[in-house]
Design a protein around this ligand. Structure first.
Ligand code: TYD
Length: 137
């Protein structure tokens, strides 16, 4: 899938002096059914996460606290997204190489995913990813 399919999706925001509220529903605000939620936290400054692609997995990434960057690479183009609010997130489609960096202190990255954890869905080798993108593997 091309990089243009990955995009920032703004979430509903119910502004309230008592504290704001946002929500995410399967198949409504995001274009897939949610099967799994995981989150990265206590990330030491300067560390990178990710550096892999998924064959079939769809994901939606939200900065629940603090900020970080997500770099997406479809094999021909790269794009860096800065996430720093909990009322929007980044939709990441399958076959997209990604890494996360530039975590602020206290940064919490929540990921909604379209399937349970499956190591067989990962491509962890960039050369293999490029071969698959080019149809050679
Ligand atoms: P990984 O996806 O490689 O982390 P990241 O992309 O954030 O750098 O996962 C790190 C480890 O955690 C790996 O051993 C697999 C395990 N893991 C699970 O058991 N379940 C999960 O849902 C996820 C995302 C990872």
């Amino acid at each position: 899938m091309p990089l243009e399919d990955c995009r920032i999706i703004e979430l509903p925001k119910i502004s309230d002096p008592r504290g704001n509220l946002s929500f995410i529903e399967s198949g409504r605000q995001i274009p897939f059914d949610i099967q799994r939620v995981y989150y990265l936290y206590d990330v030491p400054g300067g560390s990178d996460r990710g550096s892999h692609a998924h064959k079939k997995l769809h994901q939606f990434i939200v900065a629940m606290s603090g900020s970080f960057d997500v770099v997406l690479d479809d094999g021909s183009e790269k794009k860096r997204f800065h996430l720093n609010r909990s009322y929007y997130g980044l939709y990441v489609c399958p076959m997209m190489w990604r890494y996360l960096d530039n975590f602020s202190s206290g940064g919490v990255c929540m990921v909604l995913a379209s399937a349970h954890y499956d190591e067989a869905d990962y491509i962890r080798d960039y050369d293999l990813f490029m071969k698959k993108v080019l149809g050679d593997a």
